[in-house]
Design a protein around this ligand. Structure first.
Ligand SMILES: [Zn+2]
Length: 573
């Protein structure tokens, strides 16, 4: 979290609250102050009445259903996935939503390609003076960047490219126009974190994520990319790279976009040896790469690599339900609520012999929240001015693939999507004083959310783990990439009537024991009181956005502002 952005958000919130107060002729009691901070667009008793439709028992029913063993963990392309999609479409129909897919159906189908590369046991790099052979698993992990039966790099030169970033808004370009066609690019992870004015300081931006790095190399026409792993720059140990980059990797079918043949990781020690084989020092190269005037450094080392790749195909779908807007001038614009309906399916059994990864909290509960919000919106006497789309997206756990497909094939033009509000792995522990907004300080959504939070007397906290890049790890990211201002709430930690440390301990325990495990199962003892409050934050925020005169905007200079301007520009063409 950039402190200045946070400060700006707070000042904005105070300013917005202040405007409301001036309009109020009542005495400034706590109650009227609360009411006056609400945008007039949502200040009506009917919206309060409709909000009562966000009910814990309604959400419970949905969570208990789709996290049942009968749904077999809702793995993309499986029978359980199909059953869940059918059930969710039925729920949408029962709420009175309209089918939201382009062909008038509930489901937007997409193909998945499963890629399983047979990694070579060793990888050799040859320089004029010395050569070096690295060992798979211990020193490197490599995946296929192509959806073909063979991935090949032949006699490609290795070039150190620093962070491998091109960011015009920070006047930063690591490539400086160098011809990198057919090269293998060796790059650092993360983005500069030592200066709050540069890449948002400690907050990891998309530039600091591996998916950006590989894409950035492919845009240069590179043959491959190698990311240098360090625990601080990745946010996790090399072991996570080893386990998550082996086995089948799912993607959407390749289009005509540029692709690397291979995408690799090496340990820091292996990178040090590789650079030493070129007669250079890794620390000196990294030091040089911390400056804007850095230029790519060819290492004078060549490498070849060939892998057999097994390709599988499957199909899943996003389930889309629409509530058309009531204002003829604005109903072609939309607020999109998302939650992923998939989970990990059937996999390795745990110690109890349970092999079904039910995904009850992650993310049957997020799905239930968005349907509860839709239920409340449908209970309004007049629907909001803009349309509302509930998009229950698939294949999130495989790399945000359903939302990626939606973003590439949106049912509303990107410049007409006012905002995205996403729920993933929400709170089931009861009411909390706080809630965490991943992305606070990035857009004018802050002002709508802060108003909604004020109604509940709750505090909005910035992401508690800014270096983890949470904004880029759930479905809202794909909306942000096409320019849509987005909101992603994570549970609070300060729970009502609990000791201060309780919430964090419970969360740590969940991540240590149940996260992405067969034990993420529905428990009737779950407390949905806080889930209702978190859903209402999304309800009020979405309602305010759907009824406002103007759509939200990214804060000036934000990493996604340029994409939004492009999307708005495209509307006029
Ligand atoms: Zn999730």
């Amino acid at each position: 979290m950039n402190f200045l952005n946070l400060l700006a958000a707070i000042i904005l919130a105070i300013a917005v609250a202040g405007c409301g107060k001036q309009e109020s002729t009542e005495a400034k009691t706590a109650e009227t102050q609360k009411a006056s901070t609400v945008a007039t667009a949502i200040e009506n008793p009917a919206a309060d009445e409709a909000a009562l439709q966000v009910q814990g028992d309604y959400m419970r029913g949905i969570v208990a259903e789709i996290s049942d063993d009968r749904y077999e963990g809702r793995g993309p392309g499986t029978r359980g996935d199909e059953m869940a999609r059918r059930y969710l479409a039925e729920q949408m129909a029962a709420l009175g939503l309209e089918p939201g897919a382009e062909d008038g159906s509930w489901e937007q189908y997409f193909d998945l390609v499963g890629i399983n590369a047979t990694q070579p046991e060793s990888w050799t790099f040859s320089g004029p003076e010395a050569s070096l052979t690295l060992k798979q698993w211990d020193q490197f992990i490599v995946g296929s960047g192509v959806q073909r039966e063979r991935a090949t790099v032949k006699d490609a030169e290795v070039v150190f490219v620093g962070y491998g970033m091109q960011a015009p808004e920070y006047d930063w370009d690591d490539y400086k126009g160098a011809d990198l066609t057919g090269k293998v690019l060796l790059m650092m992870n993360n983005d500069p974190d030592w200066d709050p004015e540069l890449f948002a300081g400690e907050t990891r931006l998309w530039y600091g994520r591996w998916d950006y790095k590989y894409l950035s190399a492919a845009r240069q026409g590179a043959a491959g990319a190698i990311i240098i792993h360090t625990a601080p720059s990745a946010g996790y140990p090399f072991q996570v790279v080893q386990t998550s980059w082996t086995g089948v990797q799912f993607e959407l079918p390749a289009g005509d976009e540029p692709r690397n043949e291979i995408n690799a990781w090496v340990t820091e020690d292996a990178a040090r040896q590789l650079v030493a084989a070129a007669g250079l020092e890794l620390d000196a190269l990294r030091e040089a790469a911390s400056n804007r005037d850095f230029k790519p450094v060819p290492l004078g080392i060549k490498t070849s690599l060939e892998m057999n790749v097994d390709i599988q195909r499957a199909q899943s779908a996003n389930v889309l339900g629409l509530i058309p807007g009531s204002d003829p001038d604005l109903s072609d614009e939309v607020v999109v609520y998302t939650a992923h309906h998939d989970h990990l399916g059937v996999g390795t059994p745990n110690d109890d012999g349970d092999a079904i990864y039910n995904g009850a909290k992650d993310n049957a509960t997020g799905v239930a929240i968005t349907l509860a919000i839709a239920r409340a919106i449908k209970a309004l006497p007049t629907t909001p001015r803009r349309s509302v789309l509930v998009a229950l997206v698939g294949a999130e756990e495989q790399g945000l693939l359903g939302s990626e497909y939606y973003a590439a094939n949106p049912t509303f033009a990107p410049g007409k999507i006012a905002a995205n509000i996403n729920y993933d792995n929400p709170n089931v522990l009861g009411r909390s004083h706080d809630i965490s907004f991943v992305g606070l300080g990035k857009s004018s959504i802050d002002r709508f959310l802060l108003q909604a939070a004020a109604r509940q007397g709750r505090v909005i906290e910035p992401d508690q783990f800014p270096d983890k890049g949470h904004f880029y790890r759930s479905d809202q990211f794909n909306f942000a990439k096409i320019g849509v201002p987005a909101m992603y709430l994570k549970p609070g930690t300060n729970f009502i009537d609990r000791p201060p440390e309780w919430g964090r301990q419970k969360q740590d325990q969940y991540y240590a024991v149940d996260y992405h495990q067969p034990s993420d199962e529905y428990d009737p003892s779950w407390n949905f009181d806080g889930t209702v409050e978190d859903a209402l934050l999304g309800y009020w925020t979405g309602l305010a956005i759907a009824n406002a005169d103007e759509m939200p905007v990214w804060n000036p200079g934000d990493e996604f502002e340029a994409a939004r301007l492009d999307a708005l520009e495209a509307l006029t063409e």
